[in-house]
Ligand binder design. Structure first.
Ligand SMILES: [Mn+2]
Length: 425
């Protein structure tokens, strides 16, 4: 009998909590339309839909539940409250600044490692990879392992399409991972943004490997800090538009970075170009919001009707008709799940590698690329490493484009004469 007591207590506690919950629901007024959008059938979607159950302001005599009362606050007296924010380099041996080559340590594409801003400057680094292993923005584990998976991939770069090896043409390093709070997407944004800013301030291109798509906010805000608000355009490759409204009160998750960037004034809607949208989200409200904000977007429906060749030219032309600086945010789920099952919210009917690789070379060679992120790679659900392999190639094609531009070959049509039939002697 004694053993049953804790269970009885728990049961009573549960019943009280359940009753209080019912009461709270009964007291709630219907949610006001606050920009949150829920499409038909969104509940059944894989998790990027927004939540519209937030209580509206209550002016009646009935007491609305106080959302603050349910929040367990951070302990302000924890001596470790903020220490995670800075990368600890105190144990590094004294050395001259500059990129470090360490034989067997895994790094993106086997690149040398940089630890400090001084390393980036001394090495005249042009491209600095960084990991941003956030996965709370999806709501489950896995995307945070993306940087580790990509570092473990084979190191080869370049391809016979162009016969250009970006690793030979560009000075690139692995700048390590951004410090994040594993338990909070909100708290992780600032240190990622700071690290992006550090890299961009040296003139290098940050290539940020996620991590879930919440980091697009930190990445683009960090670039806008350096290049100026409204001076950066973004190509957002994604099955989802990621401009959802408030979600259980949260203003950042992998479904919301675009909305925050526009709402905070970092990027103008008309400088956002969305490619690959499909599935059940967003519904009409989301598309109306994009139209009001002058977004340019290309759905899979448009691609299916007009053909990829046509839509690809449209996107490349639109990218040339924008601000001086360009960031590309590439959600691996823009590609079809046949190629990218290893991601959190796959949607059938996506792009193929054959479609994605040339547009990335074109965009990265024709534009002044100042940032690139690859997000939503989840190696824990990637049997056969198919997704990781494609993710690596996505990054590779973009940097090939950057190298093409440096070599004066910046053109969407450029291919090596050696691999073109029409150039055969
Ligand atoms: Mn996304």
């Amino acid at each position: 009998m004694k053993d049953d007591l804790p269970f009885t207590h728990a049961l009573v506690g549960f019943l009280i909590a359940a009753f209080a919950g019912l009461l709270a629901v009964a007291c709630e007024t219907p949610p006001a339309d606050s920009g949150a959008d829920t499409p038909p059938g969104a509940e059944a979607d894989a998790g990027e839909a927004t939540d519209t159950t937030a209580p509206a302001a209550d002016t009646t005599e009935q007491q609305a539940p106080d959302p603050e009362a349910a929040i367990i606050r951070l302990d302000p007296n924890d001596p470790n409250l903020e220490v995670w924010r800075d990368r600890d380099i105190s144990n590094d041996p004294p050395r001259e600044p500059g990129p470090i080559r360490i034989g067997s340590v895994l790094s993106f594409f086997g690149l040398p490692i940089a630890r400090t801003i001084e390393d980036l400057v001394a090495g005249e680094v042009e491209v600095a990879f960084m990991g941003a292993p956030v996965d709370m923005g999806v709501g489950f584990r896995g995307a945070g392992e993306g940087p580790t998976a990509l570092r473990a991939m084979r190191r080869s770069t370049g391809s016979m399409e162009t016969m250009i090896s970006w690793r030979r043409e560009l000075t690139a390093v692995d700048y390590g991972n951004a410090p994040i709070d594993n338990l909070s997407t909100e708290r992780s944004m600032e240190p990622i943004r700071r690290m992006v800013r550090e890299i961009a301030e040296t003139g290098a291109i940050p290539v940020i490997i996620g991590g879930d798509h919440s980091i697009e906010f930190a990445n683009v805000a960090g670039l806008a800090d350096v290049y100026g608000k409204e001076n950066v355009g973004v190509i957002h490759f994604d099955a989802h538009y990621d401009a959802g409204g408030t979600r259980s009160g949260h203003l950042i998750s992998h479904a919301q970075p675009v909305r925050r960037l526009v709402d905070e004034g970092h990027i103008l809607g008309r400088n956002f170009i969305q490619v690959g949208l499909r599935g059940s989200w967003p519904g009409p409200e989301g598309f109306e919001w994009m139209r009001e904000n002058e977004f340019r977007y290309h759905t899979m429906a448009e691609i299916d009707r007009d053909g990829w060749a046509t839509v690809m030219q449209r996107v490349l032309d639109e990218a040339n008709d924008g601000p001086e600086y360009l960031h590309i945010s590439f959600d691996i789920d823009v590609m079809d799940p046949a190629y990218t099952s290893g991601t959190g919210t796959p949607v059938p009917g996506g792009l193929t590698p054959r479609e994605v690789f040339p547009i990335l070379r074109g965009l990265c060679s024709e534009n002044n690329l100042v940032g690139f992120d690859l997000v939503e790679l989840n190696p824990l659900v990637d049997p056969g490493y198919t997704t990781t392999l494609n993710a690596k190639q996505v990054v590779d094609e973009c940097l090939t484009g950057v190298a093409m531009r440096k070599l004066g070959l910046g053109s969407r049509d450029y291919l090596s004469p050696l691999t073109r039939r029409d150039a055969r002697r």
